[in-house]
Ligand binder design. Structure first.
Ligand SMILES: [Zn+2]
Length: 112
C-alpha cells in the first residue's frame, strides 16, 4: 500500500517518483512533546470523532511542510533535524486559498 502525506489538502504520495522529485517523507516523532507539536501544526480534524486527529503508526508528512532550515545535509542525504516541526503549506495556507468558497462553512469548529 502506498502511503500518502497526512497533511490536510496535501496528496503527495510516498512513491519512487516523488522521491526522485526530491520529496522526502517523515514519520511522526515518537517523542511525546515533539509529536504533539506536529499534531498541532497539522491541525487536522478527525471527521468521525470531531476531535483533533491523532496520527496512526503509518502517518507521514512530506518534506513540503518543512523549511529548508529544518533539514541537515549529510553529503547527498537530507535528514530532518530532530527538533523540526512542520510549518509550511498546512491548514492555514489551504484555508486562505479556499477562503471564498468555504467562508460560510464552518465544519472545523465543533458546535457547542
Ligand atoms: Zn504533504
Amino acid at each position: 500500500m502506498t502511503r500518502s502525506c497526512s497533511a490536510v489538502g496535501c496528496s503527495t504520495r510516498d512513491t519512487l517518483q516523488s522521491r526522485e522529485h526530491g520529496y522526502s517523507f517523515h514519520q511522526f516523532p515518537s517523542d511525546t512533546i515533539l509529536r504533539s507539536k506536529w499534531i498541532k501544526a497539522v491541525n487536522r480534524m478527525d471527521p468521525r470523532s470531531k476531535k483533533i486527529w491523532i496520527p496512526g503508526p503509518c502517518a507521514i508528512l512530506c518534506s513540503k511542510h518543512f523549511l529548508e532550515s529544518d533539514f541537515e545535509s549529510y553529503g547527498l542525504r537530507r535528514m530532518l533535524k530532530k527538533e523540526a516541526v512542520p510549518s509550511v503549506s498546512l491548514y492555514k495556507v489551504l484555508k486562505s486559498r479556499y477562503e471564498e468558497i468555504q467562508d460560510c462553512r464552518d465544519e472545523v469548529t465543533p458546535n457547542k
